[in-house]
Design a protein around this ligand. Structure first.
Ligand code: CTP
Ligand code: CA
Length: 226
């Protein structure tokens, strides 16, 4: 097992990864975001680079060290992450979307700090663009992988995303499970493939899981060649 870490099976492959949360501005001092820390995406980027891939990491705001040998593109909002992802997609062989992209953003962004007034306040939100859906639509030779963060009905929800977003693989995790989800160094996931294959994996470190996911992708790509 440890042996094939040194077999650079991603040599020459261009891998695009999104990671971290996005920030949706409300005014100059406030934003809407989520608990993503970027660990899964950064780990995938690091492991993919160590396997010989040419990695571009589109990262929302995180406080993780930048992996060596990885091209990092820093973005803040879902809109910026969308634009950067679409820009790099044509020259990508494998796209892995781990980012926790905000689903909604404030309709109005105030140019001055909002002052408090009434006891109740309502913020109007509008949907952001779905990056993974867009890449699924544009997909030609690319192998596209999505993540699914769920709190319940993991299998049903993950499979829906697999087909609706026209992706090749979904890595589903229950974010409420201990040792899985946001901020942890470990994860517990099930991989869902287009073939209908379902691979439940035990709890492992995000680094081990990164290797496992990349190995599964390689297997699928090899299968296509044959
Ligand atoms: N995703 C994306 N762009 C968005 C929202 C999600 O690229 N605007 C990607 C995520 O990076 C992930 C996958 O879509 O790879 C699934 O994200 P998730 O939040 O689990 O699902 P959603 O499709 O946003 O649906 P919901 O949050 O309602 O479950
Ligand atoms: Ca979402």
């Amino acid at each position: 097992k440890e042996q094939d870490r040194y077999d650079h099976f991603l040599f020459g492959k261009k891998v695009l990864i999104t990671a971290g949360p996005t920030r949706e501005k409300l005014d100059p001092v406030r934003y809407i975001s989520n608990f993503s820390t970027g660990k899964m995406g950064y780990s995938l980027a690091k492991v993919a680079a160590s396997l010989g891939a040419d990695v571009t990491l589109i990262s929302g705001p995180v406080s993780l060290p930048e992996p060596d040998d990885v091209q990092i593109v820093k973005v803040e909002s879902a809109e910026e992450m969308f634009d950067a992802s679409v820009q790099y997609f044509d020259r990508t062989d494998i796209a892995i979307m781990t980012a926790a992209v905000a689903d909604y953003r404030p309709v109005n962004v105030a140019s001055k700090k909002l002052k408090k007034h009434d006891d109740l306040m309502t913020i109007q939100l509008e949907k952001t663009k779905d990056i993974l859906y867009e890449l699924g639509k544009r997909k030609k030779h690319q192998f596209v992988v999505g993540f699914a963060a769920e709190t319940d009905q993991l299998e049903e929800n993950a499979k829906k995303k697999l087909y609706k977003k026209n992706v090749d693989m979904i890595v589903g995790n229950n974010v409420l499970e201990a040792g899985a989800g946001f901020g942890t160094d470990t994860n517990i996931v099930t991989i869902f493939k287009r073939s209908g294959d379902r691979i439940p994996l035990p709890k492992m470190t995000k680094e081990e899981l990164s290797y496992r996911i990349l190995k599964e992708i390689e297997k699928e790509l090899k299968g296509e060649e044959n």
